[in-house]
Design a protein around this ligand. Structure first.
Ligand code: FAD
Ligand code: SF4
Length: 869
């Protein structure tokens, strides 16, 4: 990868230069984007991954000064004659740049050479892994075995987690085995590791930490597939403890080893842990030989990240052209690229600086852990760890070593909860894209020079073109700069979709496209940097597309193409809790429940040892269910007439109500009955954010309806309708939309309000913000809904009717589908086994999760009290 950057840098810095570069590569293809390798499993082709475009790009293949030779392994460097030998012949050089990268390290235990064991480094590796998984799956089917393929990954670092996600994407079960006591131990601390573990298990990936693999074994008959290796395939993985698990496919992700053999044979100095020793200009002891990327041992070590390698490439290009650039130290900031799991670590993440202070925000319910490491006067940002919500990463990473200029806590409060990153005018010299070493000043200058969108800025500066984690920040800088120059700023959803969420909603509605691939192919950005940009999607657009498809009733949330787009909670149709267990919240319309249904809840809670609690939304929540218990629990609930309460979705939560005129002597209308009808009408509607409804039987407002997105208050003549209220960080009373509506008029008004909101709101915009920002504000909404000012009312009415007709309970239909049910397992190899990390302490006759320091306590229970064995 970094050789490609080196050549690009030469071309860019010296467009007219009289030089020639020959690039020798031992893979049988043009340079490609290794960082995005995992996207191969979501359908991105090798051609799409080619750097600089499908034909090798204008900078390489088409520049007459550049010769790219694939399948040309360099076999020897002769420093005396200044030549390199390859299968293509002998290549003379004036300057030689070694950019040979690394190989995947193979751990020294038995069985790593068995068929079915893979490393994860090159396109050939991932293609072979995919072929193996599909051949073994077909083999199982042929032999009448309907179990899913059992996969395991050795190594729980960044790469191991990507590989585990890839196995899941291929339909295999996935277990990550990690020697350290937590995942991503080099990047996150104990608190972050705990949250990360919960997020990963929430994806259905089994995690075994503090576990050393000691051997891979086989007792399978020889597996012969004409396209694959013949031989007895891997079938068991043994641990140092003597325990074993069954496996059909294993990925080794235990680190990398620099490919320094060429340099070593040529007499160049090797680093203490391998690599070619270079100085701060990336030059070896031989003045004509340079080394960059993972093979370079700089400042005493090699670095397995692309950003430092790209910096080295720029330095050597500059040096060769007479410049004096020097390496200024390694930035080890990283962000995990696994959909549904947001993790980032940057700077002094482990607070090793003397006097460093740690500011921690942990939200076990929301599954987030965020820590900022500050200087001893709490002013300068030193580093941080973000798990579960790494949206602040792009803004924070460039600030390392600088004064934050704001209360650190403000950076940690979730955006949707009224917090979010304070807007900061970053100094020009701050590096905003570390992969490509692009500063805020360069981004601003590109806008001044005419770039008019994120796509154009990316194309001309390369900001955001590699791992993509800086895109939110760069987009903000571009927006601010465009506004300053008087340009109307685009509301593009993300770099993959030039349209806003609302425009995309309309596009999908009109075209009726049903899959992410179709939608991105048809409506993806019109200004892609390269072919791959339009095909991958990202953590912003994928869940938005999933939500739009659900809002339009185009399929089940766990349908094949939608399942992988969903957020973690939607993925398991349950909210993950502090200890990695899940809550179960059935719908209880209007808070009204029969004794029989109460009995069912009581029995389920007792049998599974679940902690029970009446929620603020007038229903009963059960906490502490394990993943593999969810289907059994829901089967009993569904059989008793319950359905999903969708407490996990961006959809209707509850319709809260008072008892109204049937019991209350002040009540003027039957608020309880109306609440039930409303809940049954709007259940399952997916929206840009969650929404709540309240109904009060008189103006005394016992149901606090004006604190909801939709509030209904009884009058002597009918119902008053209020919209745009919410609680949380930015409480707001709902505004009056209409007075004294009949029941039929009320339904119609709410149908239209909701559908108009769903179609036109932006991502994660609650009704409170939407009412203030939509065209014409509240008056505009009234005109659309009651005067049909846009001529869309019949359309909005029809859309809601379709939803009401097509509604089906997500849990009931999941229980009928074995493929969807297969996602619900804690341990893929022992689907009914309890996760030993779930531990409970008795409290007030129930149980609660044990805190870390209570796990050795004698009162601890490995399964909740009262749970059946
Ligand atoms: C799945 C995956 C995900 C990753 N994700 C990230 C990420 O999110 N962020 C990040 O910063 N980094 C990530 N990385 C690491 C990143 O890809 C590497 O740091 C980067 O590719 C290093 O570039 P390089 O040019 O030094 O090595 P490479 O990209 O490995 O390129 C070296 C090339 O030299 C060739 N070569 C070796 N020896 C010879 C020879 N004798 N003759 C000819 N050719 C030879 C190799 O075949 C290879 O093609 C990821 C890596 C993988 C595998
Ligand atoms: S809101 Fe009115 S009707 Fe409802 S409980 Fe309160 S006083 Fe009674």
């Amino acid at each position: 990868m970094v050789a490609h950057r080196f050549v690009e840098a030469l071309c860019e810095r010296d467009p007219e230069g009289d030089w020639h570069v020959t690039v020798l590569g031992d893979e049988g293809r043009l340079p490609y984007d290794r960082v995005a390798l995992t996207s191969f499993f979501s359908g991105v082709s090798p051609t799409d991954l080619t750097l600089g475009g499908a034909d090798g790009g204008p900078t390489l293949a088409s520049d007459p000064r550049v010769t790219v030779l694939p399948d040309a392994r360099a076999t020897a460097v002769h420093r005396g004659s200044r030549t390199v030998t390859s299968a293509h012949g002998v290549h003379p050089y004036d300057s030689l740049v070694l950019a040979t990268g690394s190989t995947a390290a193979v751990p020294p235990f038995e069985g790593t050479d068995l068929p079915g064991v893979f490393v994860y480094r090159t396109l050939d590796d991932v293609a072979a892994l995919q072929a193996w998984v599909s051949a073994r799956t077909e083999h199982l089917a042929r032999t009448g075995d309907d179990r899913p393929l059992r996969g395991a990954v050795v190594g729980g670092g960044l790469l191991g987690l990507e590989a585990a996600g890839a196995l899941r994407a291929l339909g295999a079960q996935s277990t990550v085995v990690e020697f350290a006591d937590r995942l991503m131990a080099l990047q996150v601390d104990a608190g972050g590791g705990e949250s990360l573990r919960r997020l990963i298990t929430g994806l259905g990936i089994d995690v075994r930490t503090s576990t050393a693999t000691s051997a891979l074994l086989t007792d399978e008959p020889v597996f012969a597939d004409p396209t694959l290796t013949r031989g007895a395939p891997v079938s068991r993985m043994r641990f140092a403890s003597g325990d074993e698990i069954d496996v059909d496919v294993v990925v080794l992700a235990t680190g990398i080893r620099p490919r320094d053999e060429l340099a070593w044979a040529a007499g160049l100095e090797r680093g203490p842990r391998g690599g070619v020793v270079v100085d701060s200009t990336c030059r070896t002891a031989d003045p004509d030989v340079w080394a960059i990327g993972e093979v370079a041992c700089i400042e005493g070590g090699c670095v397995g990240l692309v950003a430092p390698g790209n910096t080295m490439a720029e330095i050597v290009a500059d040096q060769l052209l007479g410049g004096d650039s020097q390496y200024a130290g390694t930035d080890l900031s990283t962000k995990l690229k696994l959909l549904g799991v947001d993790v980032a670590s940057f700077g002094d993440a482990f607070a090793t600086t003397p006097g460093a202070l740690e500011v921690v925000y942990a939200d076990p319910i929301g599954g987030t852990y965020k820590k900022l490491v500050m200087s001893d006067d709490a002013k300068v940002l030193l580093g941080g760890v973000l798990v579960g919500d790494a949206s602040a990463y792009a803004s924070l990473r460039p600030m390392v070593g600088r004064e934050l200029g704001a209360d650190p806590a403000a950076y940690l409060v979730p955006e949707g909860a009224g917090g979010g990153v304070p807007s900061t005018d970053l100094p020009d010299d701050v590096v905003v894209c570390s992969c490509n070493n692009v500063t805020a000043g360069t981004v601003r200058q590109s806008v001044k020079d005419g770039a008019a969108s994120m796509g154009e800025v990316k194309a001309c500066t390369k900001a955001g073109a590699t791992c993509g984690s800086c895109i939110p920040l760069v987009s903000k800088i571009v927006d601010v700069e465009l506004r300053r120059s008087g340009v109307v700023v685009s509301k593009a959803l993300c770099e993959h979709f030039g349209m806003s969420r609302s425009q995309l909603f309309d596009a999908v509605r009109v075209t009726g496209l049903r899959t992410f691939s179709e939608i991105i192919a048809r409506h993806g950005s019109t200004v892609p940097l390269s072919a791959d940009d339009t095909s991958r999607g990202c953590i912003i657009c994928k869940p938005v597309v999933a939500s739009i498809l659900s809002s339009l009733d185009l399929g089940h949330v766990l349908d094949e193409d939608q399942g992988h787009l969903q957020d973690t909670n939607d993925h398991l149709m349950a909210n993950m809790q502090k200890d990695g267990s899940y809550s179960v919240i059935p719908r209880v319309p209007g808070g009204e429940i029969t004794p029989e249904k109460l009995l069912t809840i009581a029995e389920v809670a007792r049998d599974y040892g679940l902690y029970t609690r009446i929620t603020g939304g007038q229903r009963i929540a059960m906490f502490g269910a394990r993943i593999e218990q969810l289907p059994d629990i829901w089967r009993r609930l569904v059989d008793a007439g319950f359905e999903s309460g969708q407490a996990y979705g961006k959809s209707l939560r509850t319709v809260k109500s008072c008892v109204g005129s049937t019991w209350c002597r002040f009540g003027v209308q039957d608020s309880a009955a109306l609440a039930i009808k409303l809940e049954m009408r709007y259940r399952g509607v997916r929206s840009p954010h969650k929404f709540k409804v309240g109904v009060s039987g008189c103006a005394r407002e016992c149901a606090e309806a004006r604190g909801k997105d939709i509030g209904v208050i009884a009058t002597l003549k009918g119902w008053n309708l209020y919209v745009g209220g919410n609680g949380g960080f930015t409480p707001r009373h709902a505004d009056l939309l209409a007075e004294d509506l009949s029941e039929a008029e009320l339904y119609q008004a709410i149908d239209r309000f909701l559908m108009y909101y769903i179609r036109t709101a932006e991502r994660l915009q609650r009704t409170a913000a939407w009412v203030q920002e939509v065209d014409g504000g509240l008056d505009g909404v009234k005109q659309v809904i009651f005067e049909d000012s846009l001529g869309i009312c019949s359309d909005l009415d029809a859309a809601m009717s379709t939803h009401v007709e097509r509604y089906e309970d997500e849990w009931a239909s999941t229980l009928e589908d074995p493929e969807k049910l297969s996602r619900f397992a804690s341990f893929v190899n022992a689907p009914k086994e309890a996760d030993p990390d779930l531990a409970y302490i008795p409290v007030r006759g129930q149980v609660r999760p044990a805190a870390a320091d209570e796990r050795t306590s004698e009162t601890i229970a490995r399964t909740p009290l009262g749970a059946r064995p």
